[in-house]
Design a protein around this ligand. Structure first.
Ligand code: SF4
Length: 223
């Protein structure tokens, strides 16, 4: 593992290169319940499939109340194309029921009044909501300074040498948050995912065309 200052320089250099290659994504913010449902749907599938599943869900159940009252099997049928439909349907229904039971309505705006660590802990009480999903809700909807680590970010940051091979995705959240400037969490998260999908793939990473090879521990070790 590189020393802290060297690592921080490499993080900044990586960010600059990814902005040059992929652009500088801007955070929009949004409704946290939408972000939560969208994130549950996005697990282990493509953006196109999870977006299609979200649209189908909202067309069939135009209010959160209608979705909460639907049967798990019916929800699963609507989102079938996104994969893991039974689990996702169960998690979505449970999440909506949980929020209403705890707060009296299906709305997560009360999180605004909580500190980030408490808000993350609150969200993680729900089935199917781990550190990644909670972080996505807090970053994408509430623009909080948190860095979500999905499977692509986890793989790419291990290969780059920002975290050790043995670091789990759960542990990586805190470690990466300490290494990345908070203002860059969103853009770097989005760009690392894009790199992971298009170039630093799980099988056969395309190192020959990767813009990060000079900064990559895996590349230096294997070439
Ligand atoms: S050089 Fe290879 S291993 Fe390193 S980030 Fe690029 S594609 Fe991934």
């Amino acid at each position: 593992m590189p020393r802290k200052t060297e690592l921080s320089q490499r993080v900044r250099a990586t960010d600059k290169i990814l902005v040059r290659v992929f652009g500088n994504p801007q955070l929009q913010g949004g409704d946290p319940v939408e972000a939560l449902v969208g994130c549950i749907l996005s697990q282990a599938t493509t953006d196109a499939q999870s977006d299609a599943a979200y649209d189908a869900l909202i067309a069939k159940y135009p209010t959160w109340g209608k979705l909460r009252d639907a049967r798990v099997t019916d929800i699963a049928r609507v989102i079938r194309a996104s994969g893991l439909a039974n689990d996702k349907a169960r998690y979505i229904k449970h999440a909506l029921q949980f929020i209403e039971r705890e707060r009296g309505k299906i709305n997560l705006d009360f999180l605004n009044a909580m500190g980030t660590a408490d808000a993350r802990k609150w969200l993680m009480q729900m089935q199917g909501v781990g550190p990644k999903t909670a972080s996505i809700v807090l970053l994408f909807a509430q623009k909080r300074p948190v860095f979500p680590v999905d499977t692509h970010v986890h793989r790419v940051t291990r290969r780059l040498g920002w975290i050790s091979e043995k670091t789990s995705a759960e542990q990586a959240h805190e470690l990466l948050e300490a290494q990345i400037p908070p203002k860059r969490y969103y853009a770097l998260h989005v760009n690392l995912i894009r790199l992971g999908r298009e170039i630093c793939r799980a099988q056969n990473p395309r190192c020959a065309i990767c813009p990060l090879k000079d900064l990559c521990a895996y590349f230096q070790r294997t070439q």
